[in-house]
Design a protein around this ligand. Structure first.
Ligand code: FES
Length: 96
């Protein structure tokens, strides 16, 4: 099963294959997590940097890429967490 390690807290969560990263909100209830807002890729509240496992969060759509660039986060290592589904071991940190 895929694992998500959230930095800098170094908290690790195991999720079923293909789970959306929004599941972290439930898995880490009451703990510091990703600050989700709209969960639809339009508010920019959930920007993360992928520190490891970039290939295990699915493909970035053109809309997501353009929005991240507008927010000042160009490059492959930045994602909107609400648009990611996990398929392997990843390490991420919140940047927004
Ligand atoms: S929660 Fe709004 S863009 Fe991800």
């Amino acid at each position: 099963m895929p694992t998500v390690k959230l930095m800098p807290q170094s908290v690790e969560v195991v999720l079923p294959d293909g789970s959306p990263l929004t599941e972290l909100e439930f898995e880490l209830y009451g703990q510091e997590s990703i600050p989700f807002g709209c969960k639809a890729g339009v508010c920019g509240a959930c920007v993360i940097e992928i520190l490891n496992g970039i290939d295990y969060l699915g493909n970035k759509s053109r809309e997501e890429k353009d929005f991240l660039e507008t927010l000042g986060y160009p490059g492959d290592s930045f994602r909107l967490a609400c648009q990611c589904h996990v398929g392997g071991a990843v390490t991420i940190q919140v940047v927004s």
